[in-house]
Design a protein around this ligand. Structure first.
Ligand code: PBG
Length: 331
């Protein structure tokens, strides 16, 4: 059968019919909100590269947590911006570090799901996600540190640690570290399929984590020796498969909108929950285009989040979480 017996527009003729045939529903329960907590500031400060997002103090973080609860957002992922950096990123596992303190605060206050990003780039003086030696990033030395970082987050009360450094073996190292210390109920959300992307620019300005390598190591100018090349395809599935074997509970694809094919493939192939990270560059571009009236910012953000859900992600990490939750409630 074809036209004129079939007329697709019958399904679109009025709003209530369209509502009935809709099959993708973005919910507030699909949103995880990234928050930045910065050491050494007195008041929250708006992040220049990410309109509407802030560097929080421990006090303003509390307000955000209340807001998430009121809006029905199930959780946050916490990023720390420390005052001190060194070659080994050792501030990342300081029990009194900014993330550890922030998690402690949230724990005492709320039952939200608390995720913490486990990586060294905000904490190393060179901005890389691993420690360096003469030959480049020392993968296995980095694992020892990541293990300590994850345990320190678990001790502070994190529900899920989220390794984002793309080091080989990071999930099994962290799982081992957590289990050894009796944190068998703390989960791992692995940034498994993380591409070396141009879309992280605004985050790196916000987290003060852009790589700035020694001049004699031009190979270290970016993260391409550890994050995935976006001109590959099946590698992402191998990364996800390996992280499942290593014990990850939730697998992430990142960025989201330019990588919908990866989300869809992962969702079809694996039975574990898949999350997707709508990263800073995705958020900032839509937000700015909306603010400049080049497009309807609210509509475009909700559309992109819905597409990311439609591709097959169980939930979405997004800087637009608070706004989206408000829009979805009709406020
Ligand atoms: C740390 C990390 C990054 C992001 C999340 N964790 C930056 C990077 O890999 O350089 C990016 C998030 C975003 O752009 O919103 N490794």
């Amino acid at each position: 059968m074809s036209f004129s017996r079939i007329r697709m527009r019958r399904l679109r003729r009025k709003e209530n019919i369209r509502r009935l045939v809709q099959s993708v529903d973005l919910n507030k329960g699909d949103l995880l909100y990234p928050v930045f907590v910065k050491e050494g500031i007195e008041e929250k400060v708006e992040i220049e590269t990410m309109a509407g997002q802030y560097h929080h103090t421990l006090e303003t973080l509390e307000k955000i947590i209340r807001e998430c609860e009121d809006l029905g957002i199930p959780g946050v992922i916490v990023f720390g911006v420390p005052e001190k950096k060194d070659k080994a990123g050792s501030e990342a596992f300081n029990a009194k570090g900014i993330v550890q303190k922030a998690v402690g605060r949230v724990r005492g206050l709320s039952d939200l799901a608390v995720f913490t990003d486990v990586c060294l780039c905000q904490y190393t003086s060179h901005g890389h996600c691993g420690v360096l030696d003469k030959r480049g990033i020392n993968n296995d030395e980095t694992l020892k540190i990541l293990k300590k970082v994850a345990v320190s987050h678990a001790e502070a009360g994190s529900d899920f640690v989220a390794p984002s450094g793309m080091m080989d073996g990071q999930v099994s190292a962290i799982r081992e570290g957590l289990d050894e210390k009796g944190f068998e109920n703390v989960g791992i959300m692995s940034y498994a399929a993380k591409f070396s992307s141009n879309f992280y620019g605004p985050f790196r300005a916000a987290a003060e984590s852009a790589p700035h390598p020694p001049p004699d190591a031009p190979r270290l100018k970016d993260r391409s020796t550890y994050q995935m090349d976006f001109k590959t395809d099946e590698q992402a599935m191998r990364e996800i498969g390996l992280d499942i074997e290593e014990g990850a509970d939730i697998l992430m694809v990142k960025p989201a909108l330019p990588y919908l094919d990866m989300i869809a493939k992962a969702d079809r192939r694996f039975e574990v929950p898949i999350s997707a990270y709508q990263v800073s560059g995705e958020y900032a571009s839509l937000k700015q285009a909306g603010e400049k009236d080049l497009l309807d910012g609210e509509g475009a953000l909700l559309e992109s989040l819905t597409s990311i859900k439609r591709a097959g992600s169980n939930f979405i990490i997004t800087y637009a979480a608070l706004d989206a939750a408000r829009w979805l409630s009709g406020d």
